[in-house]
Design a protein around this ligand. Structure first.
Ligand SMILES: C[S@@+](CC[C@H](N)C(=O)[O-])C[C@H]1O[C@@H](n2cnc3c(N)ncnc32)[C@H](O)[C@@H]1O
Length: 388
């Protein structure tokens, strides 16, 4: 038995997509949307595009809450090549449409929209297997795209190895969505511009434990009551459905108070920069803020904050301006990029081969760049009267 966090990026590279979301994690996240807007799912058609009802807790959750949410229709598709999907579900087996030959190779379509068994409620007992898809159920296929276009909201934990494709697929459709992904995806070209323009944001929770198929054994898999789980430390939700957290302003203290009273901040600054002061970057006209809760309430200029800031980002409180590490943006759009001379750049590259002019850094006492600082988001406090 082992524990610890795996890297979702490693799963992505290994093209291991069989991680199943726990019911409690789905419930915790959906509660945030329903609390903010009790009618968020009312009269909506929801598509779950990587979800076989036999094992997907997304299907189970929305089927169980079909009446409470006032859903119009729930569509779940199952991908033929997924490990879990090979298992024969009762929905499929008991259907007159069941075909042994198609089971292994074709995607499956499941629909919930009416009280089939006449017990007065619409729930998982009423899920209907409505037949095999033409293809394997790939979300990019024309037939699943048509289902996407029919739906109002797309919700799932998509295959990690195809997250780029999945997010483009959703964005192209211009639909509401709630999808699990890797926090590092905030840097994707399909994602960051949407975060910046408030067309996409993070959800409210960070699922950690995912069920993996029986028999999978890696050092990070733990087995509890006969069920195998893998833990990830970098998972979040991406969405364009509104929730309350993004409307709560972060409660912030002044720069002087943070420096005087926040021990964690003091240690961080002392260890990294040798002095307890918020440093200014050498290559961007912006202030380094190493911990998001320590954003000074009395600083009006541009600040660089860790990516975890997005968990608390309220677009009425701060503007998200850009991201360090993006040379294209730094050299074209960014008005506060201050690149060093070619000589300094060349010297820095000799000292550290991973050094890049577009990554934030602070100069040392000799006026030369220190080891670069990790990825930062550039933000600026909104001023009263700002209308964006
Ligand atoms: C990370 S798992 C999550 C499954 C389920 N949504 C859940 O949360 O429990 C992603 C699922 O997508 C399936 N999948 C992989 N490639 C796919 C594709 N191209 N189209 C649709 N589904 C795919 C995998 O078989 C896998 O079951």
């Amino acid at each position: 038995m082992a524990s610890g966090n795996s890297n979702l990026g490693a799963a992505k590279t290994a093209k291991n997509d069989e991680f199943y979301t726990q019911y409690s994690d789905i419930e915790a996240e959906m509660n945030a949307y329903v609390e903010f807007n009790p009618d968020v799912f009312r009269d909506k058609t929801i598509l779950l595009p990587c979800d076989d009802p036999e094992w997907s807790n997304f299907t189970k959750y929305f089927a169980a809450n079909f009446d409470r949410f006032g859903l119009k229709k729930l569509i779940s598709t199952s991908y033929a090549k997924g490990a879990g999907n090979k298992q024969l579900s009762l929905f499929e087996q008991e259907s007159p449409l069941y075909d042994e030959d198609l089971h292994e190779t074709h995607g499956k379509l499941f629909v919930l929209e009416r009280d089939v068994d006449g017990d007065g409620v619409v729930d998982s007992d009423d899920i209907e297997f409505t037949g095999y898809l033409e293809g394997d159920g790939d979300f990019r296929s024309a037939e699943v795209c048509a289902l996407r276009d029919e739906a109002d909201i797309i919700i799932t934990n998509p295959p990690f190895s195809l997250f780029h494709d999945f997010i483009s697929w959703i964005v192209d459709a211009n639909k509401l969505f709630i999808a699990i992904g890797n926090l590092n995806a905030v840097k994707y070209v399909e994602v960051f511009p949407k975060l910046r323009s408030s067309e996409m944001w993070l959800g409210t929770t960070h699922p950690k434990r995912f069920r993996v198929p029986d028999g999978v054994s890696t050092k990070d898999v733990i087995v509890e009551n006969g069920i195998s789980y893998q833990t990830f430390g970098n998972v979040c939700w991406f969405t364009n459905v509104d929730h309350g957290v993004r409307h709560e302003p972060m409660l912030l203290d002044t720069m002087a108070h943070n420096l005087k009273f926040n021990k964690k901040l003091q240690k961080k600054l002392k260890d990294k920069f040798g002095t307890v002061a918020y440093p200014h970057y050498a290559n961007y006209d912006a202030l380094e803020v190493p911990l998001a809760p320590c954003i000074p309430s009395d600083y009006d200029g541009v600040m660089g904050v860790p990516i975890s800031f997005l968990d608390r980002h309220n677009p009425d409180q701060f503007d998200l301006l850009g991201m360090s590490g993006d040379l294209g943006w730094a050299t074209t759009e960014c008005t506060f990029f201050r690149p060093p001379s070619d000589e300094v750049s060349a010297l820095c590259r000799t000292r550290n081969r991973t050094w890049r002019v577009q990554k934030v850094y602070v100069n040392d006492d000799d006026g030369l760049p220190l080891v670069p600082i990790y990825d930062r988001l550039f933000i600026r406090r909104k001023k009263a009267g700002d209308d964006q």
